[in-house]
Design a protein around this ligand. Structure first.
Ligand code: TYM
Length: 331
């Protein structure tokens, strides 16, 4: 039995990338491991959400966790800000995190480019907060998508550095993990390599999207003018449609469209129609469960409270021991 930790930022509904990159593995891992899955609301502050929206965003993700099959009796489900021990460990880790390595982080460089009006210190130290989340439970595995690989690498660096600095063998070095053989990256409908929430409303399909919305988004997906030249590589948009089909459609369907593409007679409209119906079939059961869960405030409150208590048991032990190792003593 291993200790497993992972989190998702509450910045709106969860999309299919979140599901295949993370949640699907969470659901499997909870069966045989000691799992801690949390909603990363401290992290979401790096993008300055409006206070009136914060709680609703957290509730959305909690409902979606449960609808996807996370079981609060099997895994510890909690909200990051219910665990202030994380903030203390973050502070302590920041003392041994270097500006240069934080500035080199790809996600920070990306934020400097895209969030120019709000390059805050929380963005720079995002990886130390993430490391604190993980090592506060002394986790071995972290189910995530491929985009989080570098953050995990930094977590190992910080864990290792702490051990060396204080000459202890306290923190394990956690590894990124996805139940598929490789870390997953679900592509976007807008021709981007990664499905993500972005300014482009049509990039991501959310688990909560209605059939009508899914059809509309898929039909608008970026393609090209057709497989005119077989020797040319496929455009990214078209490749993305094939990749999405490999997740949601049957092998037979995928082969059919591969064959008509190879024959040069593909109609992207037909392919999109099929893909949309397959995605709708996949997401429908989640949507039904979400509606029921969202109405049950009493149950959600109970889940959050139980999770916070269980998570704090593990986190407070770590922080107590870390203080001891660092040399804090009571008078
Ligand atoms: P976040 O909230 O951006 O995404 C949550 C999870 O979804 C995965 N994901 C994807 N996987 C595959 N394909 C995609 N297109 C795709 N888009 C998103 C992400 O890899 C992630 O697993 N920093 C984290 C949150 C976090 C965390 C942690 C994760 C905070 N502390 C500790 C693990 C452990 C983040 O921003 O994920």
């Amino acid at each position: 039995m291993e200790i497993v930790v992972s989190g998702i930022r509450p910045t709106g509904n969860l999309h299919l990338g979140n599901y295949f990159g993370a949640l699907k593995s969470f659901v499997k891992m909870q069966e045989e491991n000691q799992c801690y899955f949390f909603i990363a609301d401290y992290h979401s502050l790096t993008t300055h959400p409006i206070p009136a929206d914060l709680h609703g965003n957290v509730k959305t993700v909690l409902v979606e966790f449960l609808a996807c099959g996370l079981d609060p009796e099997k895994a510890t489900l909690y909200i990051q800000s219910d665990l202030p021990e994380t903030a203390e460990l973050y502070l302590l880790l920041n003392m041994n995190a270097y500006i240069g390595e934080l500035e080199r982080c790809t996600s920070f460089k990306e934020k400097i480019r895209t969030q120019t009006d709000n390059v805050n210190a929380g963005l720079l130290t995002y990886p130390t907060l993430m490391a604190a989340d993980i090592i506060i439970h002394r986790a071995a595995r972290v189910p995530v998508g491929k985009d989080q690989e570098q953050h995990l690498e930094m977590t190992r660096t910080f864990a290792n550095r702490f051990n060396r600095l204080y000459k202890v063998n306290y923190f394990p070095e956690p590894v990124a993990y996805n139940f598929g053989e490789n870390l997953v990256k679900i592509p976007g409908l807008d021709g981007n390599l990664k499905m993500s929430k972005s300014d482009n409303e049509n990039s991501a399909i959310y688990l909560a999207d209605s059939a009508e919305v899914i059809r509309k988004k898929v039909m608008r997906a970026v393609t090209d003018s057709g497989p005119a030249d077989q020797n040319k590589p496929r455009s990214q948009g078209v490749q993305n449609l094939f990749d999405l089909m490999s997740y949601f459609s049957s092998g037979e369907t995928l082969n059919f469209f591969e064959d008509v593409y190879a024959a040069g007679s593909i109609r992207y409209g037909d392919m999109k129609k099929q893909l949309a119906e397959d995605i709708i079939r996949f997401t429908l059961p989640f949507r039904e469960k979400m509606e029921a869960l969202a109405a049950d405030e009493t149950y959600l409150r109970k889940v959050a409270k139980m999770g916070a208590e269980k998570a704090r048991e593990s986190a407070s032990k770590t922080v107590r021991e870390v203080r001891e190792i660092i040399g804090f003593r009571q008078f």
